[in-house]
Design a protein around this ligand. Structure first.
Ligand SMILES: *Cc1c(COP(=O)(O)O)cnc(C)c1O
Length: 222
């Protein structure tokens, strides 16, 4: 078994049934992604549109691609034909554009709202209030489906803080569900947890973990 296949197997033993593993393949070449593919894995996450599109074009078509990074409005059109899930919707304007591009492609695109849960100043993500307002206004958009929330915890060794932040996201998910999605079972996903904190995330209710370096090894950026 290859290292990558082994890493995926190992992580899966740590995940309760029903928790989905997104293999984050950003910066990694096709041959490493194919190693995971040959081991049976089909769900991959990327954070740059250009890289995502080029991998979509060169790799097998039964891969389920997730856009996990910040998405610029003017790039939505490039991924709208094939994307399975957009994890980081952080404005109503972006959601409207995803809706328009989905319509052009005769599709409904599943989306998660990115919530700002970390203590550190991050550029992206909605406050709880903003997310509440966004959902309240999104009813008329027929070509998107808000299927849940996504968040990233503070980058720290402080496990208590990380746990607290994941807890906040889970609680907010329940609040939104009871307010807006009571009769909509598709609102069911909480995307939280990465290589260093996925076990805490799962304990706090994650349904999707996004794991890169623990599968493919450290990333090298030029
Ligand atoms: C890179 C990335 C990950 C994976 O990070 P690892 O620490 O390598 O597991 C998860 N989520 C997002 C949004 C990322 O950009």
């Amino acid at each position: 078994m290859s290292d990558i296949a082994h890493n995926i197997e190992f992580i899966k033993t740590k995940l309760p049934t029903g928790v989905k593993l997104i293999a984050v393949s950003k910066t990694k070449p096709d041959d490493l992604i194919l190693e995971a593919y040959r081991a049976g894995h089909r769900v991959f996450g990327e954070n740059k549109v250009q890289e995502l599109v080029s991998k979509y074009e060169s790799l097998p078509k039964d891969i389920e691609w997730h856009m996990i990074g910040h998405l610029q409005s003017n790039k939505v059109k490039f991924i709208a034909p094939f994307i399975s899930l957009i994890h980081a919707v952080d404005s109503f304007k972006l959601l409207q554009i995803i809706n328009d591009e989905a319509q052009k492609n005769n599709r409904t695109i599943n989306c998660l709202l990115q919530l700002k849960i970390a203590r550190e100043e991050s550029k992206f993500g909605l406050s709880f209030d903003e997310a509440f307002k966004l959902v309240a206004g999104a009813g008329e958009l027929k070509h998107i489906k808000i299927v849940g929330l996504m968040g990233m915890a503070t980058f720290t060794d402080n496990e208590l803080l990380v746990r607290e932040e994941f807890k906040k996201l889970s609680l907010f998910f329940l609040q939104l569900k009871s307010e807006f999605f009571r009769d909509k079972p598709y609102f069911s996903e909480i995307s939280m947890g990465m290589s260093d904190d996925y076990q805490i995330a799962v304990e706090e209710g994650s349904t999707m973990v996004r794991i890169g370096s623990s599968i493919f090894g450290k990333r090298i950026y030029n």
